[in-house]
Design a protein around this ligand. Sequence first.
Ligand code: NAD
Ligand code: USQ
Length: 396
Amino acid sequence: MKILIPGGDGFCGWATALHLSARGHAVHLVDNLSRRKIDIELGVDSLTPIAPLRNRLAAWRELTGRQIEWTDLDAARDYDALERLIRDWRPDAVVHFAEQRSAPYSMKSAATKRYTLENNLSATQNLLCALVETGIDAHLVHLGTMGVYGYGGGMRIPEGYLTIQAEASDGGRLEREILFPPDPGSIYHMTKTQDQLLFYFYNKNDGIRITDLHQGVVWGTQTRETRLDERLINRFDYDGDYGTVLNRFLMQAAVGYPLTVHGSGGQTRAFIHIQDSVRCIEMALTHPPATSERVRIFNQMTETHRVADLARIVAELTGAEIAYLDNPRKEADANDLAADARCLIDLGLQPTTLRTGLLEEIVEIGQRYRERCDRDRIPCTSQWTRVPAAARVDRR
Ligand code: NAD
Ligand code: USQ
């Protein structure tokens, strides 16, 4: 297959690009390096020493003989160049990672709220528009988030669609499947709920074939391919804006920093290892929806855990201390989370579990690169609201 990968220099995109290239697919990245530029803006850096993208690509070619191409363009703003690229290169599939993906960054300021919304929705709209205009029948695979569901609000979460019963116009009863009601918890998560409506519309109106992968928090760093050489190493975000919870705990344990649990740690979230994430994307690509099929939605997750339990597991493994901090976010202090995730298992996924991968991650990444950690960048400083915690109304 010829696979275009917008966002292919990022954490999930880079690992996916190498995984697909190793399996013989022709891969072409689109990335404007905005993520590396945000690191500079925030004064932070990946814990792992990531090579410049050109060096990464040259190393991959030198080690494997396989060539990955890259076009440096902004998928949200350079529409004409994007359309031209799609028309000329004629991809069979597009795997879309090109969005601003940090919830805390999206809540930092008016500028980051506006950037996140404009960047994410325009990138998605531009890709869909370019597929329509060029008439190229590529399968669009999008990386969405479990956060679109608001973590269920006590209901078991289906894979995208909820069956409802309603009164019919003739007074009888009817049954319908509708998109699960969106309930975003940040501007970033809201952009993903709005992406869903764009997909619904372009699929209905133009017959674009789309798979939306509602992914949980990704943990781990390396895959089989990124391990081949240090020039291929994947990024590892640990700072208060981009670091995700489990990877932060692993790094904090390695550098002797008390594990930063928000509130009581009763928040339950879905998780998946980066190696499983790239396999799931490959399976979605090799099982495309039929031409007339509605948007296909898979929940891309393998386990659910409470934040406090993750901290306890990491503390037991390493002897780390746990700190319970005021929660900078506006989110339920505790929630249950039960979600269907059969589709990818039925396609053959054999998950990496937390128990098997944690220690390896602490040693291979956390301890190896601990000198690169800037402890001042660990605290989460992005506040969801200016309303004091005691005066907040929590609807969930
Ligand atoms: P990332 O920030 O590491 O990578 C995103 C990449 O997209 C970066 O290389 C960035 O430069 C590029 N990009 C952003 N906007 C662009 C634009 N307008 N034009 C061209 N390139 C652009 O993020 P990630 O962790 O790899 O996440 C990738 C996708 O997966 C995101 O859409 C995210 O919402 C989703 N996701 C990530 C996680 C996770 O835990 N990391 C979990 C669930 C879903
Ligand atoms: N948390 C802590 N301590 C920390 C960091 C986070 O307790 O040091 C808590 C948060 O308050 C939250 C939970 O851990 O309750 C998850 O936070 P996170 O930063 O790991 O994840 P989140 O902000 O939801 O975003 C990440 C990715 C995003 C993806 C999402 C999947 O950045 O791109 O969409 O995970 S999901 O969580 O399923 O919506």
